[in-house]
Design a protein around this ligand. Structure first.
Ligand code: BF8
Length: 662
């Protein structure tokens, strides 16, 4: 990677850098300054600390040292990782469960303002759940789907309904290993039980259950969250939107929606467009109402409504520093507690809406899906009332970029084959021919321990240069959007083969697939690639690899682990939360590699991450007996290039096909 000057170490985003200088000049603490003022705890960082009972906490820092109960470092590190995965799975799945309750209320006619916006997807999901579809009303069907989903969150025995969506071979692997998930509730309860003092003490055994817990998230909580949100709010398809702090408007009422669940934010999107409220804003001296998002709520309303994005995780405080935000409306997850104090320095109203998440000092307007339009209007009105209270200099960095989000797996299917011939065939053929070397999922957070956005940008640029198609979600997708990499024009950075495919199909080389729960869309894409044929029988056969280069959250660990358990080798950046234990490191890399076909690696050097990812893709190509990747083979379209399939150099291939050179 190119070396950066010292002054830009915190971020590579110029809008963020501009406001960070303001924070520094005015002595306002931010996540960046707090991170540089506090080194990570060297014991907890690498999994050496056990605080699961009150005989400790125990610090296992000497070779062979044991905890007060006799626990070894292996047990402690494995337990800590399993608990983090369970917490991440809980966060995604509780979100998914709320979507099921909303759909249930809609179906019963108890949630005014909401409706089933994608009846086609409702029917598809019902069929996946073996629910009879023919001749039934939308609400009748929606009620059955919602109740089946609720049952899936809590069932104690059996298997999650969506296990059957995985390739048959993968299902067999899970059943053989005893890790086919029952329900997210059952697996998380068991994780917490197993990791209680004096229960499961075998690191390999604890970690095997961690795989099962993560699977209950990926193929359960998250997948249901995605499907039910699509049913309620529409399945995403591409649109053009804007991103970065320049989307805030000096002359309008700015409302920033931050968090994760789309239920309230969708209603605020609708309320902010009501003529009566726009007129009310004008009566207060504003030119209008401007809505934008941060983090995964942003991704939700961006994917479906094309609402602008102010930034990703590390930009949340910076948005307030503009002095232009009338209200920041938050629900759950990734909301920094620092926003409370920070908002008090400005006129900004920090509004908490989830009954699960109170923030000291914030204004609470509790969300209730039975009164959603009324609550959304109340919030917009509060923001408008706050506009005349702007009390200082507004400093909005004039930096934005365009992006095209909205690549649901349904849309990818359509994009590759149209309404009547929708299929993954063109994608599989391109991988088989070697035009596309493989695919990388680059997802996850920002973390102030590594320069904001830098590793996301580096990996994505390098992968497409090497003819690797990239799919993205979460804050990583937003990082790339900020520099224009989520546009068709990004194909100028693509290698010759990938570029040919993008030109032929109209598909950009980097696809934004949504929020963090939407990583489940990637599982569906991988399954469809297997089902389409020609690339093996299981997800673990595909030339694909996963990355979370700037991860920080427990949700990221759950996502990484369910990709691994689904057969995708996955590489995280920064340091390993089990790095102190060689044995646990071996268990999650080689151990899980041979058990489920993918390992979970931690690699702090982005150049090494890239090299390992490409090597993994090439090894999978070789195992499938595909021609080795050759960047000079493509670059001009034409049938004679099919000669590549015969493993002949282009000139000889053209001769073989046409009896003359190409
Ligand atoms: O769920 S990528 S910082 S915002 S945890 Fe959080 Fe990480 Fe962003 Fe979305 Ni996902």
């Amino acid at each position: 990677m190119p070396k950066r000057p010292e002054s830009s170490r915190a971020t590579v985003d110029p809008a963020a850098a501009e406001l960070l200088s303001v924070a520094e000049a005015e002595g306002i603490p931010t996540v960046f300054s707090r991170a540089s003022g506090m080194a990570p705890c060297p014991i907890g960082e690498v999994g050496q600390c056990c605080k699961n009972c009150h005989m400790g906490p125990c610090r296992l820092v000497k070779p062979g040292q044991r905890g007060v109960c006799g626990a070894t470092l292996e047990t402690v590190a494995a337990r800590n990782l399993a608990r983090a995965i369970a917490a991440g799975a809980a966060a995604h799945s509780d979100h998914g469960l709320d979507m099921a309750f909303t759909l249930q209320a809609v179906a019963k006619g108890e949630a005014p303002g909401y409706e089933v916006r994608d009846p086609h997807k409702l029917r598809n999901v019902a069929r996946l759940m073996d629910i009879p579809v023919d001749g039934r009303s939308i609400n009748d069907l929606a009620l059955d789907v919602a109740e089946r989903a609720i049952e899936d969150f809590r069932q104690m025995r059996g298997e999650l309904t969506y296990v059957r969506r995985a390739p048959a071979k993968r299902q067999e692997i899970w059943r053989k290993l005893g890790i086919s998930p029952r329900s997210v509730t059952r697996e998380i309860v068991e994780t917490l039980h197993r990791t209680h003092i004096g229960t499961d003490q075998d690191a390999e055994h604890i970690l095997r259950h961690a795989l099962r817990t993560a699977l209950s998230d990926g193929w359960g909580g998250s997948m249901l969250a995605t499907d039910l949100s699509d049913i309620l709010f529409g399945t995403p398809s591409p649109s053009v939107a804007q991103i970065n702090l320049g989307v805030l408007r000096e002359d309008e009422v700015n409302i920033v929606i931050h968090g994760h669940e789309p239920t309230l934010s969708e209603m605020i999107v609708a309320a902010a467009q009501e003529p009566e409220l726009i007129e009310y804003a004008r009566s207060k001296g504003a030119a209008g109402i401007n809505l934008c998002g941060i983090c995964c709520t942003a991704n939700e309303i961006l994917m479906r409504q094309g609402v602008a994005v102010a930034g990703n995780f590390l930009s949340q405080e910076l948005a307030l520093l503009t002095g232009a935000v009338e209200a920041m409306v938050v629900d759950v997850q990734c909301i920094m507690q620092a926003l409370g104090d920070l908002s008090a320095r400005f006129h900004t109203k920090l509004i908490t809406t989830s009954p699960k998440a109170h923030i000291t000092g914030a204004t609470r307007v509790e969300f209730d899906e039975h009164r959603a339009p009324e609550i959304a209007r109340q919030i917009v009105r509060m923001a408008v009332d706050n506009f005349p209270r702007r009390n200082g200099h507004v400093r909005i960095p004039q930096i934005t970029n365009d992006l095209v989000p909205g690549f649901s797996h349904e849309y990818i299917n359509y994009m590759l084959g149209g309404s009547f011939r929708g299929s993954f065939r063109p994608l599989n053929d391109a991988v088989i021919a070697g035009r596309i070397r493989g695919a990388a999922g680059v997802v996850g957070c920002n973390n102030p321990r590594t320069p904001h956005d830098e590793a996301h940008l580096y990996l994505v640029r390098e992968f497409i240069k090497n003819d690797v198609l990239v799919v993205m979600t979460g804050c990583g997708a937003l990082a790339n959007a900020k520099v224009g990499m989520l546009l068709g024009e990004a194909m100028e950075y693509a290698g010759p083969g990938l570029r040919e495919v993008c030109e032929a199909t109209g598909m950009p080389p980097v696809l934004h697939m949504g929020s963090c729960v939407d990583n489940s869309r990637i599982l569906t894409v991988l399954t469809q690639m297997v089902t389409e044929g020609g690339l093996g029988e299981d997800i673990s056969d595909l030339p694909v690899v996963g990355f979370a280069p700037e991860w920080m959250s427990e949700k990221a660990l759950s996502i990484g682990t369910y990709f691994v358990a689904s057969g995708v080798h996955t590489i995280f950046g920064l340091t390993s939360p089990v790095g102190a234990s060689q044995e646990v490191t071996r268990l999650i890399v080689e151990g899980w590699g041979s058990l489920v076909g993918g390992g979970l690696e931690f690699e702090s050097d982005p150049e090494q991450m890239l090299a390992k990812g490409l090597a993994h893709i090439d090894a999978k190509r070789a195992m499938l007996n595909l021609s080795p990747y050759n960047p000079s083979r493509f670059g001009q379209s034409g049938d004679w290039r099919m000669a590549g399939l015969m493993n002949l150099p282009p000139e000889e291939g053209a001769k073989a096909l046409y009896g003359k050179p190409g």
